[in-house]
Design a protein. Sequence first.
Length: 295
Amino acid sequence: MNNEFDFYDKTNLKSYNLDDSMRYQLDMLDRLDVFTRRHCENVASLTCRLCEQLHCNKGFTVYCTICAYLHDIGKQFIPPEVLQKPGKLTDEEYATMKTHTTIGYDICMKDLKLRPYAAGTLYHHEALNGTGYPQGLTKKDIPYEGQIIRVADEYDAIVSKRQYKSHIGISDTLKILIENCQAGKNNPLIVKKLFKVVIEDVEYEIYCTQTYVNELQGELKRFEQIEKYREKMENAKKEKDKNYYYEGMKMLLKGNETVDNYLPIYEEYKDAYEKRKAIIDNLYKEIKIIKKLKV
């Protein structure tokens, strides 16, 4: 499966197309490290899809998506030893990390082309109950775009931190967002819409994985036929019959496969098939769990 993110791909932006003039704002992410840039891309994609689920109009959706794309632009000035620290930050390091919101805001405000999108940088860590930063605002003072980006940012940050390879176990991440709703930090409606976005992703992953499984099934049938010919060749009494089955085996081989090396390859295919089938089973279980979650 192709995991490359293309921000201009309509599968990510749905029917929303970004004007060429907006590429200036998006190109600002070239200054960020690879991990942060990828995170910003993910948050922008999630934000766009959340806006669609929330039935926001096209103008707000594009605006909000670009705000999300730029939300961590201030991290380019956070020291790498803090930004990329694998363990828990100290109080002093955390204080430094939090400044990326105000730094990003200043960057946007000083650039006329970025100024319209400064809200994403400043408000994406504010919490509805006033426990967020940098200003400790409450619900009535936090712009809607900030509330949306907060949910998308929190979700992707947790997923990336845990280094999930797929959506297996993703319901645990959603439970954390539910807890933050119960604590009064997140907008429950936005989190509820996130469930739909995640289910769409899981269903798409099931589709892609099942497509690969179907391809593997075809290959396994081919190898099974090779095995049948091999068994018949070994049991044949006449040399001409042995040669017949031997040639049959060779006709079924592909690429660099040979009569002498195909068995390990066959085992690899079987292993890949079983692993993908297990992934699909777990993904279906995840969907069932997610559908039962309540905000």
